[in-house]
Design a binder for this molecule. Structure first.
Ligand SMILES: C[S@@+](CC[C@H](N)C(=O)[O-])C[C@H]1O[C@@H](n2cnc3c(N)ncnc32)[C@H](O)[C@@H]1O
Length: 208
């Protein structure tokens, strides 16, 4: 079997951050359109659909697993997806070292790994120090959108944001069981729904 060559796609769509220097989005995307970040893009369905629907928004996706990065790259086309870039990285608070402060108008965290065992809860992405970083990365009035099928993680997210006065929940109860009108259902979300775990949606606006 012929070995797949994705080198051209890596060249076109991958950004390799330099820890010494923050990303320059105007240089990376070739324009100064708003930038939306997705953390943990998986197979990329959400990212790619959003990017197609909103050509005047730049989408930066960060995904940890190379296999998933390749799955996304296979679907990307030089002519169609000019507003998409990918970074392979394990996201934690250190992401503040590569993304400029106040540079993002939206951050999507769709079905982050729930780390369900109590002893693993500290591995969850959503922690107070990480929310501090989200606040710093967001531009004025920027938003964070999160979803999870895991009820305990949903309660954890709501509780963590409730303790703060620098984010305002868009949902009165802290979450919604109804997807936003422009939501994109991923394969993962569909599978979890079919297993009997429909998603919780959380959304917060940065308070300046
Ligand atoms: C449960 S999957 C959900 C994928 C996708 N958002 C969806 O809804 O289909 C979580 C994804 O986040 C990635 N991931 C988990 N922790 C991460 C981290 N700290 N930084 C970057 N990606 C991460 C995993 O590799 C995986 O692709």
């Amino acid at each position: 079997m012929k070995k797949e060559d994705l080198s051209n796609k890596f060249e076109l769509f991958e950004v390799k951050p330099n820890p010494e220097q923050k990303l320059d989005f105007v240089k990376i995307f070739g324009n100064n359109n708003p930038v939306h970040l997705e953390i943990g893009s998986g197979r990329g369905e959400f990212l790619i659909s959003k990017a197609m629907q909103n050509p005047d928004i730049n989408y930066l996706a960060i995904e940890l697993k190379e296999k998933r990065i390749k799955t996304i790259l296979r679907q990307l086309d030089e002519e169609i997806h000019k507003n998409v870039k990918l970074i392979r990285l394990f996201v934690d608070e250190a992401v503040i070292g590569i993304i400029p402060q106040a540079s993002l108008s939206m951050i999507y965290i769709i079905h982050p790994d729930p780390w369900p065992k109590k002893k693993h809860n500290r591995r969850r992405l959503i922690q107070q120090r990480f929310i501090d970083v989200l606040w710093q990365l967001l531009a004025s009035n920027g938003k964070v959108f999160l979803s999870t099928d895991h009820s305990d993680y949903a309660a954890w997210i709501v509780d963590h944001f409730n303790r703060r006065n620098d984010f305002i929940s868009i949902h009165e109860k802290g979450f919604s069981r109804t997807a936003p009108e422009d939501h994109i259902e991923t394969h993962f979300e569909k599978m979890k729904k079919e297993e009997g775990f429909p998603p919780y949606f959380m959304a917060y606006r940065k308070k300046n």
